[in-house]
Ligand binder design. Structure first.
Ligand code: UT7
Length: 332
């Protein structure tokens, strides 16, 4: 029997309506559109303003669109994995909430946290379930309400992050398309540079933690920047070498959208042109686990069967990785 591979068979996405512009941010902290555009490359980001809504608000909409676009009845879905660092609640899993909201009742579902690499780690995990032959329709969704953990008095982080969600369907295939190779890695020494100090079991919420603003993102930008460039570039080059992909034969690089300068440096080290790179950081900012599926969603109309695509991410942990896949369908 031919080896079963996992292929992406559809993409859905959703970003909230409210747009936070650099102009508005400039009224909140000491910053300028010029600084944000030249240092990070973000013009605007979407923010969930709806009351009492968490990441499942955007995740639900992305998955709903995915089910519609792929003509999937919710009862057919076998598994839902939600990548997020901003779950609706500590428990139950946001994947459980999203499944309930969209009417997925015959699946099991769980969350996965790998910082900004969450979607890639979830895609890898999901692909193994599909390759086992037991699971036929697996939904991977990256959903974030980063605005719930952003300190809007800290100019070094508040310009970066946005809210949003993206989802893909993974299904088995025996042809040459689908996920072909991957390499994922973690190094916990990086945790000191990027984390949320309080709110976990080590330092539960208290008046003191709230007063000390410890429930927000803590990031030391420069070490994270350096690691991100070298790790994403190294692992992406490794994917190219292991699979004999010359730079001109790579159709698309889909990089995590954290900083335009990081993306450009990674592309340079891979020897590819900017035209081969999916970049939408300008309109969404860094949506953490949602950046990759938001790219795939925006580019889906121009993706063709057989396109050589490398996905790459870097995030808190540190976590990083790359995945090589051949796109499985022409524009519908
Ligand atoms: O997605 C997870 C992974 N995360 C990343 O990949 C993020 C990686 N890091 C970065 O993207 C960049 O390091 C940042 C965008 C976070 C910061 O950019 P930078 O070029 O590394 O700036 P910096 O932290 O070295 O700060 C340079 C200066 C400082 O001023 P002084 O000390 O030189 O006077 C900052 O206070 O820029 C200042 N600054 C700002 N100025 C205007 C920092 N943020 C701002 C701002 N507006 N928003």
């Amino acid at each position: 029997m031919a080896h079963i591979k996992a292929a992406i068979t559809g993409v859905g996405a959703y970003v909230p309506e409210y747009i936070l512009t650099n102009a508005e941010l400039s009224t909140m902290v000491d910053t300028t559109d010029e600084w944000i555009m030249t240092r990070i490359g973000i013009r605007e980001r979407h923010i969930i303003k709806e009351e009492n809504e968490g990441s499942s608000f955007v995740g639900e909409k992305a998955v709903r669109q995915l089910l519609e676009k792929t003509n999937t009845d919710p009862s057919e879905v076998d598994l839902v994995i939600c990548a997020t660092v901003t779950p609706d609640m500590q428990f139950p899993a946001t994947a459980n909430v999203i499944s309930d909201k969209v009417g997925i009742k015959n699946a099991f579902s769980f969350d996965l946290n790998a910082g900004c690499s969450g979607f890639l780690f979830a895609l890898e995990t999901a692909s193994k379930f599909v390759e086992s032959g037991k699971y036929k329709k697996v939904v991977v969704v990256g959903a974030e309400k980063m605005s719930s953990i952003v300190d809007y008095t800290d100019r070094a982080t508040c310009c970066i992050f946005g809210d949003g969600a993206g989802a893909v369907m993974l299904e088995p295939t025996e042809d040459e398309f689908g996920i072909i190779d991957s390499k994922l890695q973690t190094d916990g020494v990086g945790r000191v540079h990027l984390h949320q100090v309080a709110g976990g079991s080590q330092k539960p919420a208290s008046h003191e933690t709230v007063d000390a603003r410890q429930h927000f993102i803590y990031q030391e930008g420069q070490p994270v920047f350096k690691w991100a460039v070298s790790k994403m570039a190294d692992v992406s080059v490794e994917m190219m070498e292991n699979n004999n992909i010359a730079p001109e034969n790579l159709t698309w690089l889909v990089p995590h959208q954290a900083n335009l300068r990081i993306i450009e440096a990674v592309a340079r080290r891979m020897g590819i042109k900017k035209e081969q790179v999916m970049i939408n950081i300008e309109k969404y900012g860094n949506t953490t686990a949602a950046t990759l599926p938001l790219c795939l969603h925006d580019w889906e109309p121009q993706l063709k069967k057989g396109d050589n695509i490398i996905l790459t991410t870097f995030g808190a942990g540190f976590t990083w990785g790359a995945m090589y896949l051949k796109w499985g369908y022409d524009p519908r």
